[in-house]
Design a protein around this ligand. Structure first.
Ligand code: ADP
Ligand code: ZN
Length: 514
């Protein structure tokens, strides 16, 4: 496909002059018939990656999406751009569905959005359709490693068997490596080409605050910028309602939003928010998936999120227009305990607990928060961002190169097979049974860190993880591995700045409202 045709279509049907990062590459890959896995942050522009190819392919593009509530809007948007599209899901009557099925058979439709549980409606007409592309939106829903597992997605693997020569484009904003691998395995993708757009959103400021009297903090925050729109994410439905009420009482146009509310109320709140009639939505994570509002100026997390993927996706709803936007996360010890309880009772408890721990470490971090987020998504950056609370108000640093060298060497000696506590025991020359059983006491580096306490080593190792020198392999018993940055410290004389450990006592700052 020549570049001119792509740009002409982009302008004609979507009104855009330029592609965003990776869009053009993904589109070319899809058009060449190749299975593709596209990872882009929320607001990155995933839809065009299948909508534009759909216009150029001879047959139909099927779009699998979990977001039934948004299908109508998406289809209306496409039609407004002159693109023949429809959706099929359980919200329709039998007659409506039949009508669209006939339109599909007569090849009058380019794109059909369908919920995974409704695919069976198409199954017996598949043979009479030409299907050129299958796009799977929110593809992380297929993986229980991800943060939004949907059982209906697990059957989608059959699509590749059913249409072996039709390219599949899987799209998601959730990117950790294990989830990626799981997605392509479960969808039976054939040598998929992987695209990972940068997750850096420089216009979002990052801040973490102790949850001391957070309602007052939130009120002060909002009252400083009364005309701006924002979202407060809360863990429980009850909190969304209580908080919205408190805000309303002092004249802030706030609404609650959660999955327990009536559909009508929910879509009304959503419309009011999009049209700026309601400025603040106090919501559970049910709010936001697919909401396309470009001028959300701030996102507050009233509670600690369950994991970094979810957190990043939620703060990503701010500032899609690229203008400066603020994000604030309230950290409370009570939340950590409650989330630990949830995680340990759910699917994949071990992985989810480890992810929660990583979330907590982010909140406790003493190094540039953006570095931590980006390294979590596999982007290694060396510059501090200048737009997070730590960069703006840095703690005192000292030359921690020797500490880093000791820690990273210990990880190598243990062949990257041990979790954090064993590394610390090893560094401190502990004589416990596990060390002796593995005969670690005979290895070099054993005991080189006896001068520091267990607590200090724990903090320094977390700092090294946050700085991107090593990482936790969540799906491999939380073993600590080195990243490619580590060799700079071990062999190329790179200096490491660490900060003195202070015990942040968030328990003390708790208030009754948690
Ligand atoms: P995602 O699904 O990745 O969250 P969308 O596909 O909904 O993102 O796109 C987010 C916003 O960016 C939409 O308003 C869309 O119209 C806009 N957009 C997408 N591609 C471009 C582009 N090439 N130029 C300008 N705006 C774009
Ligand atoms: Zn920073």
């Amino acid at each position: 496909m020549t570049q001119q045709i792509l740009y002409a279509k982009l302008k004609e049907n979507f009104g855009f002059e330029k592609f965003r990062p990776n869009q053009e590459e993904i589109i070319n890959c899809v058009l060449s018939g190749q299975d593709t896995l596209a990872i882009m942050p929320t607001g990155g522009g995933k839809s065009i990656c299948f909508q534009l190819p759909a216009l150029l392919f001879p047959g139909i593009t099927i779009v699998i999406s979990p977001l039934i509530a948004l299908m109508k809007d998406q289809v209306d948007g496409l039609k407004a751009n002159g693109i023949e599209a429809c959706f099929i899901n359980s919200s329709q009557t039998e007659d409506e569905r039949q009508f669209y099925i006939e339109s599909l058979k007569s090849n009058a439709i380019k794109l059909v959005y369908i919920a995974p549980e409704s695919l069976s409606f198409l199954d017996n007409i598949f043979n009479s359709l030409t299907i050129s592309l299958i796009a799977i939106d929110e593809a992380h829903c297929i993986s229980s490693w991800g943060h939004d597992f949907r059982p209906a997605y697990t059957n989608l693997g059959y699509l590749k068997n059913r249409f072996p020569s039709t390219p599949i484009l899987a799209l998601t904003a959730t990117a950790d490596k294990a989830t990626r691998k799981d997605i392509s395995e479960q969808l039976n993708l054939k040598n998929p080409k992987l695209f990972v757009a940068s997750f850096d959103r420089k216009n979002l400021s990052l801040e973490v605050r102790p949850a001391l009297d957070r309602v007052k903090q939130i009120i002060d925050f909002i009252q400083e910028k009364p005309n701006e729109s924002g979202i407060v994410y809360c863990l429980s439905r009850k909190t969304t309602e209580e908080l919205a009420e408190k805000l309303q009482k002092i004249g802030i146009s706030a609404k609650a939003y959660h999955a327990g509310l009536d559909n009508k109320i929910r879509s009304k709140t959503q419309d009011e928010f999009i049209n700026d009639d309601c400025k603040v939505v106090c919501a559970t994570i049910a709010f936001g998936m697919g909401i396309d509002k470009s001028n959300v100026r701030w996102v507050i997390h009233y509670n600690l999120p369950k994991n970094i993927e979810g957190y990043y996706q939620e703060i990503g709803r701010a500032g899609r227009d690229g203008l400066p936007s603020e994000t604030v996360l309230f950290e409370s010890y009570g939340d950590v305990i409650q989330l630990q309880k949830f995680a340990s009772q759910g699917l994949n408890a071990e992985v989810q607990l480890a992810k929660l721990e990583r979330m907590k470490q982010y909140a406790d971090a003493l190094s540039c928060r953006r570095k931590i987020l980006l390294s979590y998504f596999g982007e290694l950056v060396t510059e501090n961002c200048g737009n997070c609370d730590i960069c703006k108000n840095p703690p005192l640093f000292f030359d921690g190169t020797i500490i880093a060298q000791k820690a990273l060497s210990a990880i190598i000696r243990l062949q990257e097979t041990e979790p954090l506590p064993v590394i610390i025991d090893f560094l401190r020359g502990s004589k416990n049974a596990y060390i002796y059983e593995k005969e670690y006491q005979n290895l070099k580096t054993y005991g080189v860190g006896v001068d520091l306490s267990w607590f200090d080593w724990n903090q320094y190792l977390i700092q090294l993880i946050n700085l991107g020198y090593c990482e936790i392999a969540f799906h491999k018993q939380n073993k600590i591995r080195l990243t490619s940055l580590a060799k700079k410290v071990l062999f190329e004389g790179e200096k490491v700045q660490l900060t003195t450990v202070q015990k942040i006592n968030i328990e003390k700052q708790e208030t009754k409202e948690t």
